[in-house]
Ligand binder design. Structure first.
Ligand SMILES: NC(=O)c1ccc[n+]([C@@H]2O[C@H](COP(=O)([O-])OP(=O)(O)OC[C@H]3O[C@@H](n4cnc5c(N)ncnc54)[C@H](O)[C@@H]3O)[C@@H](O)[C@H]2O)c1
Length: 467
């Protein structure tokens, strides 16, 4: 799929939005360009004693705000172009949801399923070491997070490597998406998928837009298809289902399945865990390959795997009325045009999957302020925490000490704060995009880019040029 040149596609959408902006060409060029690109190679000694060269990248797209922020991806798709595009999307995404970071992204070109846990740890730690050496990692410079193929475990290794090399009081803030005991925040794991749900729910609440699409307002009763049941896809599907939508199709690496009567998400996850595949699940129909389900009958299509999945080969056949871009860059520029002509409502990636970075921001703030989040102390005084404790006690078959209960109540409280912050952010940002869309008669993607260009451009105008 590399023929799509991902960074070029991002810049095409940028240029389309820039037509509506007041900024001059030079300043727009400065916003667009990647400020710092680092291609790292290092040797890995494999468990069997052989040596292999590993390729990794870290790209800081925009230094208009520091630190820069963006995930680390482990995938065979990783290359310089992909990392540049994803870093640029991070800049625009942060601006859209008013999170004060510049954009960055990192990646290592590996198929993680080919490596043991010990090898993955060695790769992660050496990569973190190389970033630290070159000034590409630190609480005030560049702060990574999980992305495709990585999770809390890898972020914990990044933090520990940083700690071994730096004596920094704020070390915990050098990476987000960490395990909770290492300074992570409750709600980060599910944040991107939960944000996807909040964003789609907000779009579906607009009665006028839904009427134009021939749909009823609200999530309830809608059908959806999801591509990728990883961190983002699983959580998006979970909250969509809890919100009253029905999952009718699923694609994973091994293939795709469809069932118009609905597919039970938790049962499917358990089935895949047991058999290693989604194929053959209950009464579902097996489709010919893992992209076929993208063209299946549904109201909402949610790609949550990798880029360029919706392209000229399938865009014209897509039947969904709403495309919720949970993955980064799932739609090529020409597919975007095709879908637009078909009247599909496209909720763009640089807004819809911003829940992860929004909650990462809460985690970073928590680490820098060295406090515990929550209103627990007040609740203890008021005694209202008792309600939470009762729920916990009633739903468990073991008893808890008072201290354990306080810790659990604190967790519920922190989650509550994070979740309400995420919900408010996704709603407010959607409303900003909706307004721009109406004002300029543009689609939501162009509105998201325009929104970001305005915010980043003002920063550059005010900063001036050094020296
Ligand atoms: N993790 C985050 O917080 C986060 C935040 C913002 C955006 N994203 C984006 O969301 C997307 C998914 O990331 P993730 O963190 O969920 O990754 P993940 O590694 O947890 O899950 C990805 C899933 O997609 C599946 N997959 C891969 N190729 C596929 C294909 N061709 N068809 C169907 N399924 C396929 C994989 O098997 C895996 O289950 C990426 O584009 C990522 O950049 C992630």
């Amino acid at each position: 799929m590399s023929e799509y040149k991902f960074f070029k596609q991002v810049n095409r959408a940028f240029d389309e939005a820039a037509k509506h902006s007041r900024f001059k060409r030079g300043l727009l060029d400065q916003i667009k360009i990647c400020n710092n690109i680092y291609h790292i190679t290092f040797p890995l000694e494999r468990d069997d004693g052989t040596i292999e060269v590993i390729h990794g990248w870290r790209v800081e797209h925009s230094h208009h705000k520091l630190p820069t922020k963006g995930g680390i991806r482990f995938s065979m798709t990783v290359n310089e172009d992909e990392t540049m595009a994803l870093a640029a999307l991070m800049t625009y995404k942060c601006a859209v949801v008013d999170v004060p970071f510049g954009g960055a992204k990192g990646g290592i070109k590996i198929d993680r399923t080919n490596y043991s846990d010990r090898e993955i740890e060695r790769i992660t730690r050496r990569y973190a070491y190389e970033l630290i050496k070159k000034g590409f990692l630190g609480p005030g410079t560049d702060v990574p997070a999980p992305d495709y193929g990585t999770g809390a475990r890898e972020m914990g290794w990044v933090l520990d490597t940083y700690r071994q090399l730096k004596s920094d009081l704020n070390a915990e803030a050098c990476v987000t998406g960490k395990p909770i005991p290492q300074g992570g925040v409750r709600g980060r794991t599910e944040a991107t998928g939960r944000g996807v749900y909040f964003g789609i729910r907000q779009a579906c609440s607009n009665a006028g837009d839904m009427k134009e699409l021939g749909l009823e307002p609200g999530i309830e009763g809608k059908t959806f298809v999801i591509q990728g049941l990883g961190n983002v896809g699983y959580h998006a599907a979970k909250y969509m289902t809890e919100g009253g939508a029905t999952m009718v199709g699923v694609a994973e690496i091994e293939g795709s399945i469809y069932d118009p009567d609905g597919i039970d998400l938790e049962k499917l996850m358990a089935y895949r865990e047991e058999t290693g595949s989604i194929m053959g699940f209950e009464d579902s129909r097996a489709l010919e390959n893992n992209t076929a389900v993208l063209e299946a009958e549904c109201d909402i299509l949610i790609p949550a795997a990798l880029e360029n999945q919706i392209n000229e080969s399938n865009a014209a056949n897509i039947k969904a009325k709403i495309l919720g871009e949970a993955a980064n860059g799932p739609t090529t520029a020409s597919a975007h045009e095709t879908l637009k002509e078909k009247g599909v409502l496209i909720i763009p990636d640089n807004y819809l999957n911003a829940g992860g970075v929004t909650v990462s921001y809460f985690e970073w703030l928590k680490n820098l302020s060295h406090v515990r989040f929550g209103r627990m102390e007040k609740r203890f005084e008021e005694g209202s925490y008792r309600k939470i404790l009762n729920v916990i006690e009633n739903s468990s078959d073991r008893s808890f000490t008072e201290e354990e209960l306080k810790e659990l109540a604190h967790g519920a409280d922190e989650y509550d704060l994070v979740d309400s912050g995420l919900e408010e952010t996704m709603i407010n940002s959607y409303d900003q995009l909706s307004e721009l869309r109406k004002k300029h008669d543009i689609d939501l993607r162009t509105a998201a880019f325009l929104n970001a260009i305005e915010k980043v451009g003002v920063m550059y105008e005010q900063m001036g040029i050094f020296p």
